[in-house]
Design a protein around this ligand. Structure first.
Ligand code: PMP
Length: 395
């Protein structure tokens, strides 16, 4: 057997004692041959499931053609993927990086640069949301702000003013002379699957316009079709100035990025930002293949339909097991079940029964399956939930 000593890895995860070795579609197998339905999806990374043939082919074909090139040279892949994203969204320009944290970190940098280059500063403070999650870099833990993220890491990056999620008046009250931006997830992900009402997002857009602020959306978890839209904010009929994406754009390949309007892009100049792996060919090949599928006719509406089916089954669970589940919530294939039992215990029992889910804040288990999940797989997951909840009613 291979070395099973994890002490050589940072001890930062509540890792289950399951060694996974193979995946296909919505299924994943452990080293004992046990099969699981993967409704954790990476978390919410596996837009197209495990080992999707089109992505495998795109990556291996690119690997045989051009493995890597410096950003001091032009490459067709980055330009093509950026063009496709610009054509499909509010954005005029894109910067690629390797993780969602880096994408949000850049968004925060851009606020400072934007106002400084316009001579309209210093406006560098950013209003963020309680229970928000934006990553684990020094700036993004400060933006998220919860104790779980920041404990022991002081002094924190300064400049974040936190308000309760969903409270427009609190945002307005927090705007000061040095405020430059409002940053939020359109649906709290790690915070427990809480969707911002469309009128709240519209209100934030209006506030930003009235006060000359940038509106930054962190769509790292909600983007790339997860909600049945390419990006979740489209439901509210608004556009941000800056959007951070991640997870689904690489669908498991380490890729993220920042989409911006022309006004924001214009504050950058050669040398003002960069990254060794920014827009590198392998990731771009994967992203192009992801977009082939996600932007294909009917794909996003299929996500909505399957999201509705999952939502209906989760509502059944709450009705049938009121001692175990308190509430079902979410949008599209980004769903949460608020538990009346410890969500980690629940996730463990579900895992034993063959269903992987991801715990989140507020006693929620997240169900964020690959967007290619089938109706039959949703039914199978619901049957496991039902069985496990019945066995836990007495816990
Ligand atoms: N923002 C949001 C909304 C996220 O959900 C995450 C990851 N959970 C991040 C940022 C950070 O992304 P990464 O882990 O790729 O750095």
């Amino acid at each position: 057997m291979a070395d099973a000593d994890d002490s050589v890895l940072f001890n930062v995860y509540r890792r289950a004692d399951v060694e996974v070795v193979r995946g296909e579609g919505v299924r994943i197998w452990d080293d004992g041959g046990k099969r699981y339905l993967d409704f954790m999806g990476g978390v919410a990374v596996l837009a197209l499931g495990h080992c999707h043939p089109a992505l495998v082919e795109a990556l291996s074909s690119q690997a045989r053609t051009l493995w890597h090139a410096s950003n001091l040279l032009r490459t067709p892949g980055a330009r093509k993927v950026a063009r496709r994203l610009v054509d499909a969204t509010f954005a005029d320009a894109v910067f690629f990086n390797s993780s969602g944290s880096e994408a949000v970190d850049l968004a925060i940098k851009l606020v400072r640069r934007y106002f400084n280059t316009r001579g309209d500063g210093p406006r560098w403070r950013v209003i963020t949301m309680e229970r928000g999650y934006h990553g684990r870099t020094l700036a993004t833990i400060a933006a998220g702000g919860s104790a779980k993220l920041t404990d022991g890491f002081a002094p924190l990056v300064d400049g974040f003013d936190r308000v309760p999620f969903g409270d427009l008046a609190a945002v307005e009250a927090a705007i000061g002379p040095e405020t430059g931006a409002i940053l939020l997830e359109p649906i709290l992900g790690d915070g427990g699957i809480v969707a911002a009402p469309p009128e709240y997002l519209r209100g934030l857009r209006q506030l930003a316009d009235r006060h000359g602020l940038l509106l930054i959306l962190d769509e790292v978890q909600t983007g790339l079709g997860r909600t049945g839209r390419l990006f979740a904010h489209e439901d509210a009929g608004i556009a941000p100035d800056i959007l951070a994406m991640g997870k689904g754009i690489g669908a498991g390949y380490p890729l993220a990025g920042v989409l911006v309007t022309r006004a924001v892009a214009d504050c950058l100049a050669p040398g003002s930002h960069g990254g060794t792996l920014a827009g590198a060919p392998l990731g771009m090949a994967v992203a192009d293949a992801v977009l082939d599928i996600v932007l294909d006719d009917g794909f996003l509406s299929s996500v909505s339909a399957k999201g509705d089916a999952l939502a209906a089954r989760l509502k059944d669970m709450v009705r049938q097991h009121p001692a175990v589940f308190a509430e079902a919530r979410g949008v599209g294939l980004m769903r949460g079940l608020k538990c009346r039992v410890d969500p980690w215990l629940m996730a463990g029992r579900l895992r034993d029964a063959g269903l992987l889910v991801a715990p989140a804040m507020d006693d929620v288990i997240r169900l964020v399956p690959p967007l290619v999940v089938s109706d039959a797989e949703i039914e199978e997951a619901a049957a496991i939930l039902d069985r496990v909840a019945a066995s836990m009613a007495s816990v």
